[in-house]
Design a protein around this ligand. Structure first.
Ligand code: ADP
Ligand code: AMP
Length: 226
């Protein structure tokens, strides 16, 4: 393997945002970058689902909103990101997946990064067709053991029913991954999150990738962008 493709040797700290609607492939690409570069995936959706499962106050407040496909309050989300950044500030870098989702969250992120002595290196906007996102999200499932993501058509395990990564056979689908909720989540994306593309373009940190391509091609485009 030559130096160009051996991205595991990359040691520079990189903090980046993956920006895109539900189903764009943020989680899929974050896991690949995590493996390649040792970066930490900071998925507010995963953290909120953990809070719901644990029955914390934040989880109780978030549960119904998440089931309806709305956005959890900025206050709750910013607090969980703050806690996570306190743990990650000395690490090799963070991939923000699903955060920020509102202008207020973007503003809070700037303040949190300053508080923890971190900086933002890049914002990758993953461009997709909305119509395809319903199929992506409806076909999504993950390994309950290691969290590896799959799709009914686009990414199936090499051996049916067995996770490629951990060999587990317990797969899960998210309760909110149904066509109706996906539409609500896409509406929330366009109303509250899509304006962040212009916001980050103005900072000079925005990179755009065509996320309608195959998973490997999208990974290559992100690597080139960052
Ligand atoms: P997000 O985190 O942005 O909501 P995911 O990474 O979970 O999206 O991807 C949603 C679904 O689409 C998953 O089932 C995943 O396997 C699949 N997927 C991800 N990227 C692609 C792609 N480039 N082409 C086709 N399917 C994809
Ligand atoms: P995701 O896993 O990113 O698809 O998020 C699942 C759900 O969690 C969303 O539909 C929201 O209800 C909630 N959520 C995740 N991240 C955020 C955020 N940054 N702000 C508000 N709500 C969020």
């Amino acid at each position: 393997m030559d130096a160009q493709t051996d991205t595991r040797s990359e040691t520079r700290t990189v903090n980046l945002i993956l920006l895109g609607p539900p189903g764009a492939g943020k989680g899929t690409q974050a896991r690949i970058l995590m493996e390649e570069r040792g970066l930490t995936q900071l998925s507010t959706g995963d953290m909120l689902r953990a809070a719901v499962a644990a029955g914390t106050d934040a989880g109780k407040a978030a549960k119904a909103v998440m089931e309806a496909g709305g956005l959890v309050s900025d206050e709750i989300v910013v607090a969980i990101v703050d806690d996570k950044l306190a743990e990650e500030k000395s690490g090799p870098g963070v991939i923000f997946d699903g955060f920020p989702r509102t202008a207020a969250q973007a503003e809070s992120l700037d303040a949190l990064l300053a508080k923890h002595g971190m900086q933002l290196d890049a914002v990758v906007s993953m461009e997709v067709d909305d119509d395809a996102m319903v199929g992506r999200v409806s076909g999504r499932y993950t390994c309950g053991g290691c969290g590896e993501g799959y799709h009914d058509a686009a990414k199936v395990p090499r051996t049916e029913g067995v996770c490629d990564k951990c060999g587990g056979s317990d797969f899960k689908r998210r309760a909110d991954d149904n066509a109706e909720t996906v539409r609500a989540r896409l509406e929330a994306y366009h109303a509250d999150t899509a304006p962040l593309i212009a916001h980050y373009a103005a900072t000079g940190k925005l990179k755009t990738v065509d996320a309608m391509k195959d998973i490997d091609d999208v990974t290559a485009a992100i690597r080139a962008a960052i």
